[in-house]
Design a binder for this molecule. Structure first.
Ligand SMILES: [Zn+2]
Ligand SMILES: [Zn+2]
Length: 198
């Protein structure tokens, strides 16, 4: 994992890295089960949201590539069910009734953490008329940062952890141009403010 963290190359989606990092960070919510699920669909109402941003890189088919300090990720999280009742094997015979309450607590619940990564379009000024939103490439350290932040947020909201201090750092970068809202998917959907939304 250490080698991945220091990898300078941003990877397209890095879905495996998202999941591995997620599993490590979220294991302390056990016995509750958390599932990380990428989504591109509009989310139903009633889910809590957490928005964060990172330095990301984009590449277009025309060979143009650019970095952005406004790589937006939005997380949605909600309880989606209870884990099935674990049948206590009574193989010790007459050890009596174990506390029903205690075994229920051991079961935990099932939660879903959905997330969406927002894209950007290539720039007409580069001579490209590709109007597709390109998928962002995320740096591994930024994946870790936003997963740690949403873990802290969930810890506060669902588990009563103390109010967290969020990691506001981003991988270093000095954008050569101002942010182009007309080509940013998150801006187009009103999700690109730099403020965290709770
Ligand atoms: Zn292009
Ligand atoms: Zn934007």
């Amino acid at each position: 994992m250490g080698s991945l963290s220091n990898d300078d190359t941003p990877h397209l989606n890095m879905i495996q890295y998202w999941h591995e990092t997620f599993e490590q960070i979220f294991e302390d919510f056990s016995p509750d089960e958390w599932r990380l699920e990428p989504t591109n669909k509009p989310m139903p109402k009633g889910w809590r949201t957490f928005k964060d941003s990172a330095k990301v890189k984009f590449a277009c088919d025309c060979d143009n590539s650019w970095t952005s300090m406004k790589g937006v990720v939005i997380f949605w999280f909600n309880k989606i069910g209870d884990k099935p009742e674990v049948k206590q094997e009574k193989d010790q015979g007459d050890s009596g009734d174990s506390e029903a309450g205690a075994s229920r607590r051991e079961n935990g619940s099932v939660y879903s953490l959905r997330f969406r990564l927002y894209g950007q379009k290539c720039k007409i000024s580069e001579g490209c008329d590709n109007e597709e939103f390109q998928n962002p490439k995320w740096y591994s350290e930024e994946v870790e940062k936003v997963l740690n932040n949403v873990h802290k947020e969930i810890g506060e909201v669902f588990y009563g952890f103390p109010k967290p201090v969020m990691d506001e750092n981003r991988r270093r970068g000095r954008p050569r141009r101002p942010h182009d809202s007309s080509r940013c998917q998150a801006c187009q959907e009103g999700q690109c403010s730099s403020n965290r939304s709770r």
